[in-house]
Write a protein that binds this ligand. Structure first.
Ligand SMILES: [Zn+2]
Length: 121
């Protein structure tokens, strides 16, 4: 599945060695450019069925996944922007935290990611 975070990660891997990478957020959308070769990444908002959430200058992507049959396990990836660089941080829930629906797991993931940001940014 293509998501904003997986695209950012792929762009980082591909261009990390060819030059300086510049990253920013504009109107809730993330862009990234490579000074080395001029490539640019500016994802639209429709590549994931989980819309990315802007929070205190970071981007949260909810990635809850099915686990143990019909249970859902919360997971979120937080993109933190720091002086033109981006760091991706996975935030996982306690191992026993399972939900019966994806919606509940997503809500939990979002709250968990916001708390993670509150604690660190
Ligand atoms: Zn490049």
């Amino acid at each position: 599945m293509r998501t904003l975070v997986s695209d950012l990660d792929a762009f980082l891997q591909e261009h990390r060695r060819c030059g300086e990478l510049d990253t920013g957020v504009e109107n809730g959308r993330v862009w990234m450019t490579c000074d080395g070769c001029g490539a640019a990444l500016s994802p639209g908002g429709d590549m994931s069925n989980h819309p990315d959430v802007e929070y205190r200058g970071c981007t949260i992507e909810v990635q809850s996944y099915g686990s143990d049959g019909d249970r859902w396990r919360p997971k979120a990836v937080v993109a933190v922007y720091d002086r033109g660089a981006v760091r991706l941080n996975t935030v996982n829930a306690p191992i026993d935290r399972l939900f019966e629906t994806e919606t509940e797991a997503d809500a939990y993931s979002l709250a968990m990611a916001k708390k993670w940001i509150d604690d660190r940014v």
